[in-house]
Design a protein around this ligand. Structure first.
Ligand code: MRU
Length: 347
């Protein structure tokens, strides 16, 4: 995607170094970080320097590849085994992470070069899948549509293009008029900070709304469809996505508004029978209790936004039952959110 007229991916590997856009600084500062050590990439995933299902998957694949490169001259088996465990422990919900680590690990059994090549292929595939999701998804978008989104499932959350935003980019490029309702997505504000920044860069009309406003805009007839991403899809079509997705799906269902999930097949965990079996990441309460950002002079501050002394609960994801999902937009086409629907197209 273009940032100030220059082409960028969210994460890539070049000459043995892994590079990524620092998403914690966006939208206020655009900075690229580079790492030689898999453990540094683990920290970046954990602290959300890089986040979003596909981007986490690609970064984890590159981390695994780095570990194979680093393993030279070390006790290879125990070093690689420990590295794999550390990478897999960074974020438990996004399935793309486990998908990528397994593939790169298997390739690394042949050679470190094969691991690097596999990690690059996973990143390229993620970008290509997102582009194809955009082509299929844009067919669902009519002219003059109001579209609701949640969290960020744009190109920053993948290697390029994104999932939920990719159909929107494609429809906009095809000349369709549209307006995007971007909810803030507390506590990390991926909607207000990242989705809004992406849409600004692309010149797509949108407004940031508070997290509890989507149902009101639906009731006014302004939202024609919802498109969200997914962090893990169970074999029965249940969808784990950023906390708050479930209540958007319930509201959409009440108002008879189509609720689409856009995700590549690498997000489907066929071994997971239903949403009940998905591990939901519990994040630190400080994300809820404090907010950060620059003042008018650009100096960054962290401020408390809750009553001192209160504790906070911070589940990062929720599970939307398949029955509330109109369809899943995949790289192979639009499928029903159930085992048969997904298998018929994807396996
Ligand atoms: O916690 P994050 O920012 O890594 O959350 C992932 C997400 O961006 C969302 O859940 C998204 O809607 C789907 S995955 C791109």
């Amino acid at each position: 995607m273009l940032v100030n007229n220059k082409e960028f991916r969210t994460v890539w590997m070049e000459e043995g170094r892994v590079y990524m856009i620092d998403q914690n600084l966006l939208p206020f500062e655009f900075k690229i970080l580079g790492f030689n050590d898999y453990a540094e990439v683990c920290t970046a995933i954990r602290d959300m320097t890089i986040r979003g299902a596909g981007a986490i998957g690609a970064a984890a694949g590159f981390a695994m590849a780095l570990a194979f490169v680093q393993a030279k001259d070390k006790n290879t088996d125990s070093f690689i085994g420990k590295a794999r465990q550390e990478i897999e422990a960074t974020r438990p919900t996004a399935y793309n992470l486990f998908y990528a680590v397994e593939k790169v690990f298997d390739a690394g059994m042949r050679s470190a070069a094969a691991a690097v090549q596999e990690a690059r292929q996973i990143a390229d595939k993620d970008a290509g899948d997102s582009q194809r999701i955009g082509r299929y998804g844009s067919e669902l978008i009519g002219n003059n549509s109001g579209i609701g989104t949640h969290c960020n499932a744009g190109w920053l959350a993948f290697v390029d293009y994104g999932t939920a935003l990719s159909p929107i980019y494609h429809a906009h490029a095809a000349g369709k008029e549209l307006f995007v309702f971007v909810d803030e997505t507390r506590p990390r504000s991926q909607g207000a900070r990242l989705t809004a920044w992406e849409l600004n860069q692309a010149g797509i009309p949108h407004a940031v709304i508070v997290d509890n406003a989507m149902a009101a805009f639906m009731a006014q007839g302004k939202v024609d469809m919802m498109i969200v991403g997914a962090d893990r899809i169970a074999a029965n079509g249940d969808v784990a996505n950023k906390i708050g997705t479930l209540e958007k799906a319930i509201a959409a269902n009440y108002f008879n508004i189509p609720f689409y999930v856009a995700a590549p097949s690498s997000t489907i965990d066929w071994n997971c029978k239903s949403g009940n079996a998905i591990t939901i990441e519990q994040r630190d309460e400080t994300e809820v209790l404090y907010q950060n950002g620059p003042d008018k002079d650009g100096i960054r501050h962290t401020i408390m936004v809750c009553s001192p002394g209160s504790v906070a609960l911070n589940p990062a994801f929720d599970v939307t039952p398949a029955s509330l999902v109109t369809a899943i937009i995949t790289e192979h086409g639009i499928v029903k959110a159930d085992t048969e629907g997904m298998r018929s197209v994807l396996m």
